[in-house]
Design a protein around this ligand. Structure first.
Ligand code: PTJ
Length: 251
């Protein structure tokens, strides 16, 4: 690992990159994951590398929806495991959710490595490895169709960070609520999800954990109102407006 000087003007961004590269070298992340991160970085740069008020609103609604869920599941891929393993474990604990490894580029070896890595960082139980509990969701047209019957298959709410396309639509067709974390507000996932947090996962997850902790003391009726009143389309439109304003300012 290259040592990043704290004095470097882009130290934080470089440190996040290093986490991905370390994850790649450890067999958690696929090469495509490095490219996906680059796309995320570009959007983050445009967003000013900060959590917008629209992302905060989405995080608030997410915490409410996850706390209300009967069977919430956090879906984890290689990039998510490399970037925020401790936060995944903490969030699962805060909202009493299952953690499931679900990969686009399927590999049993990587499933096992990711599950081990998550356990090493505090996760109690990690689903999605091996064949014993695995079933197929026909509506999904990628390796992601392989899900755990104790996890995503039975979930009412699924958190899908850094998603890649048709799965959100398929999960919605199956009657599940889907929450995305995606820096690209134009992605199909961002557009199809019930709630989209347009933010870098490294900033969104700690905020989500904190918000879930705070909201866990609120009455369920108030949480229901928060989740119900959230309008994802309107929030995405507001995000686009914020991006446009930033681009105009940089002229
Ligand atoms: O580990 P696997 O096999 O499941 O594969 C994981 C990747 C990420 C390679 C796979 O899901 C993929 O190809 O994803 P995409 O289609 O590149 O989409 C990833 C989305 O995540 C893009 O819209 C990126 O802008 C976004 N993204 C990338 N890094 C971040 C991010 N969003 C939030 N935080 C990030 N750090």
């Amino acid at each position: 690992m290259t040592k990043v000087s704290p004095l470097h003007p882009r130290a934080e961004s470089l440190r996040i990159r290093e986490r991905l590269v370390d994850g790649f070298n450890a067999g958690l992340v696929v090469p495509e994951g490095l490219a996906a991160h680059g796309r995320g970085e570009a959007f983050d740069y445009i967003l000013g590398e900060q959590t917008t008020k629209h992302a905060r609103r989405a995080i608030e609604a997410t915490a409410a929806m996850l706390l209300l869920a009967k069977h919430p599941v956090i879906s984890v891929n290689g990039n998510v495991a490399a970037l925020v393993p401790v936060d995944v474990a903490k969030l699962a604990k805060a909202i009493n959710a299952k953690i499931e490894v679900n990969l686009f580029h399927g590999s049993v070896k990587r499933e096992v490595a990711i599950a081990r890595w998550l356990r090493k960082h505090g996760a109690k139980e990690v689903l999605g490895t091996g064949k014993k509990f695995s079933i197929r969701i026909n509506e999904i047209h990628s390796n992601r169709r392989k899900v755990d019957r104790r996890g995503i298959a039975a979930a009412d709410v699924v958190l899908v960070p850094l998603e890649d396309g048709d799965r959100t639509e398929a999960l919605k067709k199956l009657g599940k609520r889907v929450i995305a974390i995606d820096l690209n507000p134009m992605s199909r996932t961002a557009q199809a999800a019930d709630i989209t947090i347009v933010d870098n996962i490294v900033r969104a997850m700690p905020l989500l954990i904190k918000t879930a902790g705070r909201l866990s003391y609120q009455p369920r009726a108030r949480l229901r109102k928060k989740a119900k009143n959230f309008d994802n389309r309107a929030n995405l439109r507001a995000t686009f407006r914020a991006v446009r304003e930033r681009l105009n300012l940089s002229k």
